[in-house]
Design a protein around this ligand. Structure first.
Ligand SMILES: [Zn+2]
Length: 198
């Protein structure tokens, strides 16, 4: 768990209030989302700062979880906050060591904005990794928490939720995703440049 003040109550309402997200979230079509992230070898001040910036970016979005590749960093860590009053958390070099059951959930992704699909995945997962002090962590999670872990771990392997769809969903998704990507391409370049300089 990250020990700093929660940022969740300071969401921007109209773009002019509150903190600015440190990162622009990468969207589908960006090759960084399709690469396997590499293990973290040093848990140092730079990594702690990255995790904090990822949390701020996640709250600004807002989202339940955010993986490093979504902010363009090819390292194996992700952050999450399930709105359960335990605040923001980070896990480094996470691995799913066990999973069971099945659970259907309407899943979305900050990197595929505005689209959701009902996706069936294992319900319960056992995840191990390290916290920002380098201590081993072991977490058993089911339902929403289990889903967030599986989704964020996929990001670390370069897998997006569109690859978890069944055939019928995938047919519709191809068109929806193409339209979404055309929308990104049509956005005014100057505004995207300004965002990326933050
Ligand atoms: Zn995602």
């Amino acid at each position: 768990m990250l020990g700093f003040v929660r940022l969740g109550s300071r969401h921007r309402v109209d773009g002019s209030l509150g903190p600015v997200a440190p990162y622009e979230i990468r969207v589908i079509g960006d090759p960084v989302l399709r690469q396997r992230a590499v293990d973290v070898t040093d848990i140092d001040a730079k990594l702690v700062r990255l995790a904090g910036d990822m949390v701020a970016t996640m709250y600004d979005a807002p989202g339940l979880g955010l993986a490093a590749p979504q902010v363009g960093v090819q390292r194996r860590l992700f952050v999450w906050d399930l709105n359960d009053d335990t605040g923001a958390h980070v896990i480094v070099n996470p691995e799913i060591v066990e999973s069971d059951g099945e659970w259907a959930y309407e899943e979305g992704c900050l990197s595929v904005p505005g689209l959701t699909w009902e996706i069936v995945r294992p319900n319960r997962v056992h995840v191990v990794g390290r916290d920002l002090d380098g201590n081993e962590v072991s977490i058993e999670a089911a339902e929403l928490a289990g889903r967030v872990f599986q989704h964020e771990l996929d990001h670390l392997d370069g897998v997006l939720l569109v690859e978890r769809l069944d055939e019928d969903q995938a047919r519709d998704a191809r068109r929806q995703v193409r339209d979404l990507m055309l929308g990104f391409a049509a956005e005014e370049p100057a505004s995207r440049r300004r965002l990326s300089l933050r």
